[in-house]
Design a protein around this ligand. Sequence first.
Ligand code: ATP
Ligand code: MG
Length: 328
Amino acid sequence: MDERVLTGDRVTGKLHLGHYVGSLKNRVELQNNYDIFIELADVQALTTHFDKPEMLKKNVRNITMDYLASGIDPEKSTIFVQSLIPEIAELTVYYSMFVTVSALRHNPTTKSEAEAHGYKDLYYGFLGYPVSQAADITFCKAKLIPVGDDQLPHIEQTRRIVRRFNQLYHPVLIEPEALISEVPRLVGLDGNNKMSKSLGNAIQLDTTEQDVNEKIKNAKTDPARVHKNDLGHPEVCPIYAYHRIFRSEGADEICESCKKGTIGCMECKKKIALSINHLLEPMRQRRADYLKKPEIVDEILIAGTQRARKVAKETMREVREAMNLDYF
Ligand code: ATP
Ligand code: MG
């Protein structure tokens, strides 16, 4: 059987270009050679959005549509809902017996996310979400995890959990590896943070052509450039980062002209808006096709979740046996 890959997204909002270059693009390629599981992480979404459960149903379906639009093929990939696999919650409890609070507190990603959310006192579920993520990865014995660089500390935590479990009980679990994309961190339109669902600095994959133009027009650029002739610093400009990543024609010349102050930000922005629209156009087409039969989204989710559950039950049986919890 093909090696298994697990990836997923918190169902906190629609997917954006950061997801595409950071993870989705890889998934679309991997689905041809791997058995890929894609998790709609609703439980993990609740770690920061427990007071907004009304967003879950809408986001689960929107994100599934984003997957389909970006080229995920439900015949090749298994798309499932995290909370419908209770074995994940069960594994989380068992793993949490041997993960220390200080290990979780030192996780740099959790730390910076806590800061971004303004948390002073950390919620138990939030602090522990890397343990839950270890359960996501191990229930299906995934070997490869395509992620952005913010996820590396979590993958490392999973590897430690796997080694500890296998040593304490019985070698049942598989130690996963992160697969970092060419673009581990796409900067947001604000030029400061990574493009993120929660920060309002994103271009979502379902953005219309007109809205892409508008968002790019309002994006931050090199703050030192006030007039067209001011000398630019492309290395600090998010628009230039996009030129590189979305491979606009003439990105090198744009860089030189910016440094010399011979191209204005407006012209530069028009060029990148064109490239981004070019990338999004086939996704708009696919989305429109799927929207003609919207019931297909639920059908895909039900079938994917059933398949994932079967795998989870099998792993759980082995885990219970390894831990002496197989009483009868
Ligand atoms: P939230 O703000 O709710 O956490 P998010 O935009 O960070 O949302 P996640 O669902 O947490 O999205 O991330 C899903 C996957 O996409 C992860 O592998 C993550 O590393 C990757 N990813 C998210 N944003 C970016 C980005 N700007 N650049 C590259 N990869 C990204
Ligand atoms: Mg995130």
